[in-house]
Design a protein around this ligand. Structure first.
Ligand SMILES: Nc1ncnc2c1ncn2[C@@H]1O[C@H](COP(=O)(O)OP(=O)(O)OP(=O)(O)O)[C@@H](O)[C@H]1O
Ligand SMILES: [Mg+2]
Length: 201
């Protein structure tokens, strides 16, 4: 059976086999072996657990093997948001951003924090966003963790998609519909970020 290497990252290898994807976390030589193994297994466990709970907007989970730190899931045929963003029409961008907002609300309402919300971890299937890469996700009820989750996405947009960032994030928030408390917390996290980066100059 043909296995096609889709992606080779620092942490993982992603293969495609028929309509399935196999994501295998590989050892990192600079990390202490014991810690490395622990981390790979923990992230694999996390990813599989959240994939189960996020079935409607994430790849379907087929199987997980903690020992070899590998996950078998549905192959999502689409294009990464990071590669698509600049060529979308305004109308498409608005629909997609709002849908991303709604998806993050759904996650957060289950107290799931993605932990790595970037435009490389969202695949677009037409205008339908699918979230991937849940290895850094965790469970938390805290407003702070939810605000930081959103803030990270905003930072990625500002850094890599400066032309679209402001509008796109605004539309994500339209879909997300933050409570007044969360909005306030997000403003705090944002001003803290700005203060921090000024301090670093
Ligand atoms: N289910 C999937 N369907 C299609 N492509 C996928 C799928 N899962 C991963 N990919 C591709 O592989 C790339 C890397 O996957 P992913 O983001 O999960 O790993 P990673 O960034 O190495 O994660 P980690 O932080 O856990 O090391 C994605 O950007 C995407 O292009
Ligand atoms: Mg990734």
């Amino acid at each position: 059976m043909v296995m096609e290497l889709l992606y080779q990252g620092a942490e993982s290898f992603v293969y495609k086999k028929e309509e399935r994807v196999i994501k295998k976390r590989v050892p990192k030589s600079y990390r202490l072996e014991e810690i490395d193994g622990l981390l790979r297994r923990q992230r694999t466990k996390r990813e599989a657990k959240v994939l189960e709970k996020a079935a409607s907007f994430a790849p379907q989970l087929f199987s997980v093997d903690i020992k070899t730190a590998s996950i078998e899931m549905e192959y999502v045929k689409g294009i990464l948001l990071k590669d698509a963003l600049s060529s979308l029409s305004n109308g498409e961008r608005s629909v997609i951003a709002k849908r991303i907002g709604i998806i993050i609300t759904t996650l957060h309402s289950k107290d799931i924090i993605h932990g790595d919300l970037t435009t490389a971890n969202i695949i677009l299937v037409g205008e339908r966003p699918v979230l991937i890469d849940f290895g850094l996700s965790f469970f938390s009820r805290k407003l702070e963790d939810k605000a930081v989750d959103l803030h990270l996405l905003n930072q990625v947009l500002e850094a890599y998609h400066p032309l679209e960032a402001e509008n796109f994030f605004e539309m994500i928030l339209k879909g997300y519909r933050p409570s007044a408390d969360l909005r306030l917390r997000l403003a705090k996290v944002e001003s803290r970020g700005r203060y921090k980066s000024r301090g670093e100059l």
